[in-house]
Design a protein around this ligand. Structure first.
Ligand SMILES: [Zn+2]
Length: 267
């Protein structure tokens, strides 16, 4: 029992009875039906709010965001390397073209002064060295790209798998939500009918208790126990309550809820 449970008004504190009209028992039965429906509705709403599929979907969505963030990082690194590779290939092609021109000119050049031939030979050697350096650099870039390509492929596969899982979870979630909504719709219709059968003053009292006491405003007296707070009442009080005229509105002195004796002490 909570402190709040104890915070019933003074008029509610005692097992005090007030006489109801002759149809009071029917009103109390309607009140219990209303409470039962409210309990079912609360349970359905709670279930809908705490569906495991929704938590799983949130986990999958978070994993997907993580994968996408890593994909972006890998892509930035890959793009830089790919651009570097293209630039190196372009430089290699330029050096090769220039060297081939010089080589052709050298082999075709009879009577070219030895000084010029030497200059061309120097440049060809220089271009070969440059080409070797560029090719080494390109090889380094390709080696650096390999793990990024592998990671990119793995991330792509992971993203696809997570996307599929998210889709399945969304479908499962929608299905369960639809089922619960349908059950809620039925229960709410029944609730409206049950509420109409409870006299207004009793209903108002029930609603204010329900709002204050965790969704339960009316409880059954089962044996000598209140089904709202699950505490036992003194046997003399139980005896007194059970012998009150049918339909008398009784308040549990432990929790302040409306206490309705069940028709037999054991049920
Ligand atoms: Zn109680």
């Amino acid at each position: 029992m909570t402190r709040e449970d104890r915070a019933a008004g003074p008029e509610d504190r005692a097992l005090s009875g007030t006489q109801e009209p002759p149809d009071g028992r029917r009103a109390l039965d309607a009140l219990l039906e209303l409470q039962d429906l409210d309990t079912v509705i609360s349970q359905l709403e709670h279930r809908k709010g705490a569906l495991p599929e929704r938590q799983q979907l949130a986990r999958v969505a978070a994993a997907l965001r993580g994968v996408e963030a890593r994909v972006s990082q890998v892509e930035v690194s890959r793009t830089a390397l790919v651009e570097r590779q293209r630039a190196l290939e372009s430089d290699i092609a330029a050096a090769t073209a220039r060297r081939e021109v010089l080589e052709q000119r050298m082999y075709a050049a009879r009577g070219t002064p030895a000084r010029d031939l030497q200059a061309m030979d120097d440049e060809i050697r220089h271009l070969r060295e440059r080409q070797d350096q560029l090719e080494d650099a390109e090889l380094e870039v390709m080696v650096a790209l390999e793990p990024l390509d592998a990671e990119s492929a793995a991330l792509g596969a992971e993203k696809t798998a997570l996307g599929t899982e998210a889709g399945q979870l969304r479908a499962a979630l929608a299905e369960v939500e639809t089922q619960i909504e349908a059950q809620l719709a039925v229960q709410r219709v029944a609730r409206t009918a049950a509420a109409d059968a409870v006299p207004e003053d009793l209903r108002d009292r029930y609603e204010s208790l329900r709002a204050r006491l965790g969704g339960t405003g009316a409880a059954r007296l089962v044996g000598n126990r209140c089904s709202g707070c699950h505490l036992e009442l003194p046997s003399m009080e139980v005896d007194r309550v059970r012998h009150l005229p049918a339909g008398t509105v009784v308040t549990c002195e432990q929790c302040g809820r409306i206490l309705v004796p069940t028709s037999s002490p054991a049920d």
